[in-house]
Every structure is written in structure tokens, then in C-alpha cells.
Design a protein around this ligand. Structure first.
Ligand SMILES: [Cu+2]
Length: 151
């Protein structure tokens, strides 16, 4: 019996470790907010793929150039109203927005490999519009808070 339980635990932990599917929805409306990525902050492992689902039309994903992505990462911009995915091979924090709604609070972050080396750069990213700036501050505070609580 004990062996079976051990085997089950092994199988379970193996599948959770391998389940690299993270989905973020692009929505016109969610919980009273307009134009959002849900969830707007996700943590993934190096090599994981994130899928953005075009649940509502008119949205896309665009990595914020220069300071918004780890060094050496190429620009990424998806087509409007299409599901899209990206495989994260470089650790660090990725800031992105939806091109048409970047000034309306439609921004998000992906933290890869729990690596916050580019946090100082991320803090310097110029977000557009009050809504986006407020949300960016909130999410960056959450990223920093998660780091502190892990000590
Ligand atoms: Cu949008």
C-alpha cells in the first residue's frame, strides 16, 4: 500500500512539473475591468510556453521593447484577434501590452524561472496612460513581494 502511494505521489509530481501550459485570456471585460489580460501576472519555468487566447476580439500581445524584456530577447508582436503562443527560453521578467489598448490598462507580465535580474529595467519602462501605469506599479509590487516572501 505504501509503495502504491509513493508511486502515485511520484507520478503526480512528475505531471505537475511537466505541465507547462499557461493560458492567459485576452478579454474585453473581466470583473468590471475593460480590456484586460487575465491573469495579468504569470510565473513560468524556463522552456515553458504561454498561450494567449483571443477570447474577445481586437487584442494582441506585444513585448515592450528595450527595457521591457531581458537582454538578448527579440521583439515579439502577435496579430490582432488571434490566439498566440510564445516559448520562454530566456529567464527574467517580460513586460507586454496589447498594442491598441496599451494606454487603457491592457498590460501584463510573465516572470520566467523566478528570475528578477532585470527588475530595475522593468521599473524604468514607460507605460502609457494612467490605468496602465497604476496596474504596472501594482504588478511590479506583487513581483517584488513574492521575491521577499520566498526568503
Ligand atoms: Cu486589447
Amino acid at each position: 500500500m505504501r509503495l502504491i502511494i509513493c508511486a502515485l505521489i511520484l507520478v503526480f509530481s512528475a505531471t505537475t512539473a511537466m505541465s507547462a501550459d499557461t493560458t492567459v485570456e485576452m478579454l474585453n471585460k473581466s470583473e468590471g475591468k475593460k480590456n484586460v489580460f487575465t491573469p495579468s501576472l504569470v510565473y513560468v519555468d524556463v522552456g515553458d510556453t504561454v498561450t494567449w487566447k483571443s477570447s474577445s476580439k481586437g487584442h494582441n500581445v506585444e513585448f515592450i521593447k528595450k527595457r521591457g524584456i531581458p537582454e538578448g530577447v527579440k521583439a515579439f508582436k502577435s496579430k490582432l484577434s488571434k490566439d498566440t503562443e510564445y516559448k520562454f527560453t530566456v529567464p527574467g521578467i517580460y513586460a507586454y501590452w496589447c498594442t491598441p489598448h496599451k494606454s487603457m490598462g491592457m498590460i501584463g507580465f510573465v516572470v520566467v524561472g523566478n528570475n528578477l535580474d532585470n527588475l530595475a529595467d522593468i521599473k524604468k519602462v514607460k507605460f502609457v496612460g494612467k490605468k496602465s501605469k497604476t496596474l504596472a506599479k501594482e504588478l511590479i509590487a506583487r513581483i517584488e513581494g513574492a521575491k521577499k516572501s520566498s526568503y
